[in-house]
Design a protein around this ligand. Structure first.
Ligand SMILES: Nc1ncnc2c1ncn2[C@@H]1O[C@H](COP(=O)(O)OP(=O)(O)O)[C@@H](O)[C@H]1O
Ligand code: SF4
Ligand SMILES: [Mg+2]
Length: 329
């Protein structure tokens, strides 16, 4: 398996400058993605997942903007790239499946034309046979070729989403970012599509960033999981490790909010309280108000930094500070 670095996000800050306030939706986010890796990003609605996804590929539109940071993809600095060059990179190098994107299929266009359109829109130099390619792509996502000439309203939700995924695969990208691609579907269909996507990843070797508010979807499939809270990554580890040994109190809370994969069902409890307003400046841990393990006098005064506590396992929480490390006051 190839394991080179494909994407490196460094201290990315992004959000929305409104008249009344600035929403700081992505706060100092850093992470790396390897070639062929499946990274899941999970966090509650409103924690900045979509802003992060759009920010990475520079698709934020006003009032959204990137405030600072660096995004390196395959050795190229995406944030410094000219618009034209970036347009060429998109889809060939990486593609995106948006939240609710199955609703963006054109209702009066046949399935095959939607796929062909996606290919010709993103590249002028495709030299294969477009209709053949559309057929091939449909079969990759397990949609029968008899639907090539169908219109979107003739497809189920799951099939529409598969067509959208087919368009994202069209030019063999190195990375696909999926922002809650299956949220509108029922859980069984979601899991099935996710497994199929994973099969395609193993076959073609692309990397995936799969974004969801539902951590339980990720634990069995992703290699690594990053937990986002209030605009920041608060913990990241190999999936199994995070499941067996969640360190951040928020991750622990999330893990307790869904049934265990194996063994006895335990009583589920959600996390009391609400996440902070992202237009507020934060001086301490963003989870402070909801945290049952908070250290008074430390946690509300100092933003915990992400640090590696065991190989490949990072967490941003003062519970894991070394003795005497806190420099509050
Ligand atoms: N177009 C926008 N204008 C202003 N605020 C926005 C806009 N889009 C998102 N936000 C705010 O940014 C924060 C993060 O949103 P988002 O990235 O969509 O979170 P998620 O995808 O995790 O649900 C939220 O507080 C949301 O209200
Ligand atoms: S830093 Fe403090 S408040 Fe924040 S999660 Fe850790 S213990 Fe809780
Ligand atoms: Mg979102």
């Amino acid at each position: 398996m190839r394991m080179g670095k494909l994407l490196k996000v460094e201290r990315l800050n992004a959000g929305y400058k409104l008249k009344s306030a600035t929403v700081h939706a992505v706060r100092d986010v850093s992470f790396e993605l390897k070639e062929g890796e499946f990274l899941g990003i999970a966090g509650e609605s409103g924690c900045g997942k979509s802003t992060l996804a759009f920010g990475i590929v520079r698709l934020l539109t006003p009032p959204g903007e990137i405030f600072s940071g660096k995004v390196e993809f395959d050795g190229k600095d995406l944030l410094k790239m000219e618009e034209e060059e970036l347009r060429r990179e998109r889809w060939k190098e990486f593609s995106i499946v948006f939240q609710a994107s199955m609703n963006v299929l054109n209702p009066v266009m046949k399935v095959k034309d939607q796929i062909i359109d996606a290919i010709t829109y993103h590249t002028n130099d495709y030299d294969g046979h477009l209709e053949e390619r559309a057929k091939e792509l449909l079969s990759l996502v397990n949609v029968s070729e008899k639907y090539l000439n169908a219109y979107p309203h003739q497809l189920s939700g799951g099939m529409k989403q598969r067509v959208v995924i087919a368009t994202a695969l069209a030019l063999n990208p190195k990375m696909i970012i999926m922002d809650e691609p299956t949220t509108a579907l029922d859980v069984v269909v979601q899991k099935k599509i996710l497994q199929e996507i994973d099969g395609l990843r193993k076959k073609f070797g692309f990397s995936i960033i799969f974004i969801t508010h539902d951590l339980s979807l990720l634990v069995e499939i992703s290699d690594t999981i990053a937990i986002m809270y209030a605009g920041s990554i608060v913990e990241k580890a190999a999936s199994k490790r995070l499941y067996d040994n969640p360190l951040h109190p928020y991750t622990e809370g999330l893990m307790n909010s869904f049934p265990p994969l194996v063994g006895k069902r335990k009583r589920l409890h959600g996390i009391a309280g609400r996440p902070p307003d992202l237009s507020r400046e934060m001086n301490g841990c963003p989870f402070y108000e909801r945290c049952t393990k908070r250290i008074e006098g430390v946690c509300e005064r100092e933003i915990p930094k992400l640090k590696e506590v065991e190989p490949g396992h990072t967490v941003a929480c003062h519970l894991y500070d070394e003795e005497g490390e806190s420099d509050a006051d």
